[in-house]
Design a protein around this ligand. Structure first.
Ligand code: ATP
Ligand code: SF4
Ligand code: MG
Length: 384
């Protein structure tokens, strides 16, 4: 059966087939859960070395799957990229391409048991040593969260609890990571953090409840909490999407200042290419669970190579361009449960070459910083 016809057929599963998949999934996820719940795992099992000590994080061939009743969703399917120290890496791609699942894998916050890291390494540089987060026991991962890596979500209320005052929540984060600090010192630090993120009336805000603040203020509080322990890496998943443009600009400014101040790295996930252009040093373009192109900001913005990236660039609004309507890439992403065995973008691609009928294209090196997964750049296929 061709993949196309499989795709069509897989829209509906019989109850029997669904039950079979559920049973099979239970077997698979039990195996992973058993591994995760192991006690007293020796450090030698998750200790690793960085390929380049200048990197704070190296994601290497990461595979994260969801074992659903409809089948296995390969949300992240062989993703590799580095986050250098003190740099911002922007991750872009259409809705559902695996951006959030990549970040949740780094934080080990996947919805378990159905969501599991099934392969690959996530190497975190801790200075004197490095660990593979994918294999690190959960108790250790809890120390990493907040201390080494912080995450900021799109909607601040995902992080804030509506029934507790702002001060209590910021204090909690600081106490968690500084158990020896006394109450007064914790409060002082909380207020300092609120000031740092540009909250003018920080002592007043300390006593307020989240609902008393605007969306922008709430996101500032979340950023204050994320920065409280001066993490080496900040993962921001659409941090400004829920905010209006003026507040968005202020929050981005804040990120830039804070990043320089604590010299941390940022993994910035966004749909907004304007935000990437302003903030990122490096850009990773994802499509259907894989990286289709990665490079420096200039590589991607000035010399986009993958037809999908070219489409994205055409779809971004510009003040120098008069258009009747914004370009959108025609067609849709393949069904994530039955991915084809050829280039995932082929059915939407307007630049196909003969080789595109073959297997999924390997990653091709255009320059030391610029990589693309497309046959247009393949040695034999040649460019265009
Ligand atoms: N808990 C889950 N159970 C099943 N599938 C999931 C789950 N979470 C994510 N997925 C699937 O994984 C894929 C990647 O999702 P992800 O949330 O990473 O997308 P995204 O790139 O962050 O999209 P968006 O831009 O809309 O936030 C999607 O196909 C999604 O349906
Ligand atoms: S490999 Fe072929 S089908 Fe895929 S993006 Fe490149 S040109 Fe298009
Ligand atoms: Mg997302």
């Amino acid at each position: 059966m061709s993949n196309k016809s499989k795709n069509k057929d897989s829209n509906y599963l019989s109850a029997k087939e669904s039950r079979r998949i559920t049973k099979e999934n239970r077997k698979i996820t039990r195996k992973y859960e058993k591994e995760i719940s192991r006690k007293n795992v020796p450090e030698s099992e998750y200790a690793t070395t960085m390929r380049d000590p200048q990197n704070i994080l190296e994601i290497d061939d990461l595979h994260t799957y969801f074992f659903t009743d409809q089948g296995t969703v390969k949300s992240v399917d062989g993703v590799s990229f580095d986050i250098p120290r003190g740099k911002t890496v922007g991750v872009v791609g259409e809705s559902g391409c695996g951006k959030s699942v990549t970040s949740l894998s780094i934080m080990r916050l996947l919805q378990r048991p159905i969501g599991q890291i099934v392969g690959g390494e996530i190497r975190l540089n801790l200075g004197d040593k490095a660990i593979d987060i994918a294999k690190t026991p959960m108790v250790e991962v809890q120390n990493i969260r907040g201390n080494e890596i912080s995450m900021i979500f799109q909607e601040p209320m995902t992080t804030l609890n509506p029934v507790f005052r702002i001060g209590t929540q910021v204090d909690e984060t600081i106490k968690l990571h500084n158990p020896d600090m006394d109450k007064e010192a914790v409060k002082k630090r909380s207020i300092e953090m609120l000031e740092l993120v540009g909250i003018a009336n920080s002592e007043g805000v300390y006593d307020m409840y989240p609902h008393e603040l605007s969306g922008g203020m709430r996101q500032r509080v979340v950023i204050a909490m994320a920065l409280a322990c001066e993490p080496k890496l900040i993962i921001a998943d659409e941090p400004t999407t829920a905010l209006d443009v003026t507040i968005q600009a202020q929050i981005l400014d804040l990120f830039r200042q804070l990043k320089d101040r604590i010299n941390s790295s940022i993994m910035l996930i966004t749909h907004d290419l304007g935000v990437i252009a302003e903030m990122a040093d490096y850009v990773v373009v994802m499509y259907a669970g894989r990286i289709v192109e990665k490079g420096t900001l200039d590589d991607i913005f000035l010399h986009p190579a993958h037809p999908y990236t070219i489409g994205l660039m055409n779809s971004k609004p510009s003040i120098n361009k008069t258009v009747d309507r914004l370009y959108s890439i025609p067609g849709k992403v393949p069904n994530p449960i039955e991915m084809p065995d050829y280039c995932y973008f082929r059915d939407r691609c307007e630049m196909c070459v003969e080789k595109c009928n073959g297997e999924y294209p390997p990653l091709h090196k255009i320059s030391d910083t610029h990589y693309v997964s497309c046959y247009r750049f393949d040695e034999e296929g040649g460019k265009e």
